[in-house]
Design a protein around this ligand. Structure first.
Ligand SMILES: Nc1nc2c(ncn2[C@@H]2O[C@H](COP(=O)(O)OP(=O)(O)OP(=O)(O)O)[C@@H](O)[C@H]2O)c(=O)[nH]1
Ligand SMILES: [Mg+2]
Ligand SMILES: [Zn+2]
Length: 301
């Protein structure tokens, strides 16, 4: 390496040993990663240097402010994106959310110390009748999430509902869209950033390929300021093994009662004299949220 000019860059996409970065002059360039430097992820701030053959190489990964992860079946964590200000959890009436999906996402976002935004997309489809289907019930619970203090935005890529409201929430922040496959994350990004040619489900369905359109996490620039990250959809969002405190901390409405149980290691399950259970009985904590907490508690034993 003869040219030692270094510059700061933002990682747009990371494929393991290479990816693409956004340079401070606004250009997007291919970039190689080095094993001894480590793998940068989407949203990472890095220093890059120009090699003899004019390719860029990452020399340093700046410390991460935070990073969003998912866990696989063996509870190993995988970084999806780094340095986020806001996580937008996108759900829709089709495909319906799986049970406890929202609580898993909310726990993950709370663990980053940042605020989630819930986006109900495809409002043009209407809402299913709440009933025995857990997914339909998640949609019916949206007013409850609002009363818990979460921002809930209703959007439609068909009618344009909520797009400008969403735009205002995203501006000047680094945002990531997460959620099940097919809920419309890429479609929303296409609406928000019309100049971007993002592959959407319509393209893949016209070619007869499955519905998993987005295969890698990718960062886009918002012309008015800020960044938007599109992530591949999941069927089930896996959460890692959380300790008792982290789990309860993800349920914001538990807070006033924490520390008031008879046992200080109370997990608010079958223990006597539990302040959380009392709050549920007294109607201060929603029964369905408590049941969700109990289900999430189980894998932790
Ligand atoms: N009716 C309706 N359909 C929508 C809306 N938004 C997206 N879709 C359709 O939903 C399908 C999936 O959209 P995508 O944007 O690819 O979904 P995604 O969340 O990015 O999916 P993955 O990349 O697999 O995670 C496509 O056929 C879209 O046309 C909407 O607001 N209303
Ligand atoms: Mg997508
Ligand atoms: Zn308790």
């Amino acid at each position: 390496m003869t040219d030692q000019r270094k510059s700061e860059a933002l990682v747009l996409v990371s494929y393991g040993s290479q990816g693409a970065v956004l340079l401070s002059n606004g250009s997007r360039k291919k970039c190689k990663f080095r094993r001894n430097v480590g793998r940068p992820f989407c949203g990472d701030h890095v220093d890059v240097a120009r090699a003899d053959d004019d390719t860029l190489v990452v020399e340093f990964i700046h410390p991460r402010r935070n990073y969003f992860v998912r866990a696989d079946e063996r509870q190993r964590q995988h970084i999806i994106a780094a340095n986020l200000d806001q996580v937008l959890i996108v759900i829709a009436a089709s495909p319906l959310p799986s049970r406890d999906l929202m609580e898993r996402y909310l726990l993950a976002v709370h663990s980053l110390g940042i605020q989630p935004v819930i986006v109900l997309n495809k409002t043009d489809l209407g809402l299913p009748e709440p009933g025995s289907d857990a997914g339909a019930n998640v949609l019916a619970h949206l007013p409850d999430y609002r009363s818990l203090g979460y921002t809930v935005v209703r959007t439609s890529c068909k009618t344009g509902e909520g797009i400008s409201e969403l735009q205002a929430l995203l501006k000047d922040r680094t945002n990531i869209f997460v959620g099940q496959s097919g809920v419309g994350k890429s479609s929303l990004i296409n609406h928000l950033l019309p100049d971007l040619d993002i592959q959407t489900g319509a393209i893949s369905s016209s070619t007869g390929k499955g519905t998993h359109t987005t295969t890698s996490t990718m960062l886009y620039q918002i012309p008015e300021g800020g960044f938007l990250i599109d992530s591949p959809g999941v069927w089930e969002y896996g959460i890692w093994k959380l300790d008792r405190e982290d789990l309860a901390a993800g349920f914001v409405e538990f807070k006033p009662w924490l520390g008031q149980c008879r046992f200080n290691n109370c997990v608010h399950a079958t223990e006597p004299d539990c302040a959380i259970k009392r709050a549920v009985e007294d109607g201060h904590i929603l029964e369905w949220r408590y049941q969700s907490y109990r289900r999430l508690l189980k894998p932790n034993g």
